[in-house]
Design a protein around this ligand. Sequence first.
Ligand code: PAF
Length: 284
Amino acid sequence: MQIIRTKQELLKQIEACKQRDLTIGLVPTMGALHAGHASLVKRSVNDNQVTIVSVFVNPTQFNNKEDLAKYPRTQEADAEMLAEIGADYMFAPTPEEMYTAEEMNNTFSFDFAGLDQVMEGKMRPGHFNGVVQVVSRLFYLVRPDRAYFGEKDFQQLCIIHHMVERSALKDTFGSLKIIDCPIVREESGLARSSRNARLSATEKKTAVNISRVLFESLEWAKTGSVSEVESRVIDEINAVSGLEVEYYEIVDRTTLQPATDFHNAIGCVTVYCGPVRLIDNIKY
Ligand code: PAF
């Protein structure tokens, strides 16, 4: 596997692949790779002749400087894992390589059709602007046939679909297909996340209650209303010492607007486990 640090080198390699008519799969990541990422990369290796994994902690999507500073960075281990799985390239640029000083201030603007006004978008102003900024740039550089995203960041996935399939930018991405990949969980049920690396052993045990309550709520949804299930999920998670729900919303999977029943609905949760902010979701 080759590690690429510059856009120029990336463009050279992509051009060589395009000349040979090879199909390209892109897996955008921020590194600190775990089994969840591995499942995306394996899928890409299986579907495409060439797989490129970007490893870039994108500063423009962090609205909290401390969160950016504390985001785990494990590039050597990431490279080893990717080589083992069979990725062809790891693209790991510096922020200065990706952005001009002006771009670094997140001046990018994009019409989200309201998808950024709820849940993560409401709690983290500018976050999705930064995500769309970096993902669209990666798409322009790599010109992939397929790009792979995890369902754990469900709102992000929804916004990427909107960008590629319905937004004003849609014609600029060629025949790119976005591939949704299911959440990968630990045996305990805890959703795999790079942020889990910041949990102490005790916090990790506590965090298991998030997915436990979400799975139990599938039963409650058989008899309760949307608002009853929402309240019960929040109450049951908050009842666990060490957990604090930031939001739990049951929304339509396409529009992300509040659901009125459980048809095509998904429940998205954000919970503080000690200082670590974790997200998870469940489809009804
Ligand atoms: O999901 C992530 O890790 C990031 O938001 C992404 C898509 C790699 C963009 O930086």
